[in-house]
Ligand binder design. Sequence first.
Ligand code: NAD
Length: 361
Amino acid sequence: MNMKIGVIKGDGIGPEIVDEAMKVLDRIAEVYGHSISYTQLLMGGASIDVNGVPLTDETLEQAKASDAVLMGSIGGDAKTSPWYRLEPSKRPEAGLLSLRKGLNLFANLRPAVLYRELKASCPLKEEIADRGFDMMIMRELTGGLYFGRRSTEVIDGVSVAKDELVYSETEIRRIAKRGFDIAMKRRKKVTSVDKANVLDSSRLWRKVVEEVAKEYPDVTLEHMLVDNCAMQLVKDPAQFDVILTENMFGDILSDEASMVTGSIGMLASASLNETKFGLYEPSGGSAPDIAGQGIANPIATILSAAMMLRYSFDLDREAQAIEDAVGNVLGDGYRTTDIMSEGMKQVGTKEMGDRICSYIK
Ligand code: NAD
């Protein structure tokens, strides 16, 4: 297969961690007989420095012309970086929002996996951590409360604020289909999370998800109220495969799920639209505090590249090879500083990338 991948190295640790992910992709291409062409794209602070704006129209078009985009992280230290003296619409993060919008990325995927080898960093009780977990949170990204009309007014001398939570059947159906498609590639279970005992938008959500479920007879669907889900994530996370939910619930639950895995340097993510296209990036930021030191953990970006192979190119075997290689390197005791623990062997960004490559044979 020939893969056309747009690459946004970004700011801070971005270039360091993306280089390692490209190294791993190149290794996959070599071992499995694929070819990859990369187009380097500027976004965020790096684009401000060259173009004066965080995202140009040309870059957006180049991203659209790619099969998928691999991204590091963007942004700098808000207290010291000159990028944050610009007006908000010209800052690095504005570029990311415009990119997501321009590419119509309505589905956000965040895996939360507890690696056996990193059990010690899991804040849950030992007997829960011992069972491990491997879930995928699929969050709707462009609708709901964050995009509804809002207002604050004074009524009879009292301030009143309103935020509208709107979901259409179409918005729910397209994310639900995505969720079931992902479940078909995993353990075939979807937990749809809502607040249907109170909210109309959740009742519509539940109805449409049930309709979509009929098209996927192999997938088991269960419904869970969001308050219960927040509890179950810390009580019995092993029960979850795909969690499918709307924007605000997903925002909160995905952060909760990522915290119980232990380290931000391990957390991959993807944002998808209705086609096979996706934007793949680590969940963490550009970590300006450690940029340029060669110590950043590249694993989240490498696992994001594995997600890209699985979801944009349907290369499940190759994606699994990367995930297995990560497991093996951790099993051998290699750790970057952020996941270091007693008795383990500390390595830098590049060595971590090299060791992961060495397991792809
Ligand atoms: P951050 O995620 O960059 O850093 C938080 C802490 O985690 C830091 O101590 C950092 O050293 C550590 N960390 C993060 N990734 C790591 C890795 N791969 N390996 C080892 N340690 C890692 O969050 P922040 O400091 O709040 O934000 C820094 C900048 O990143 C800001 O400009 C912010 O806007 C931006 N940001 C960008 C994205 C994105 O590009 N999608 C996401 C979040 C934050």
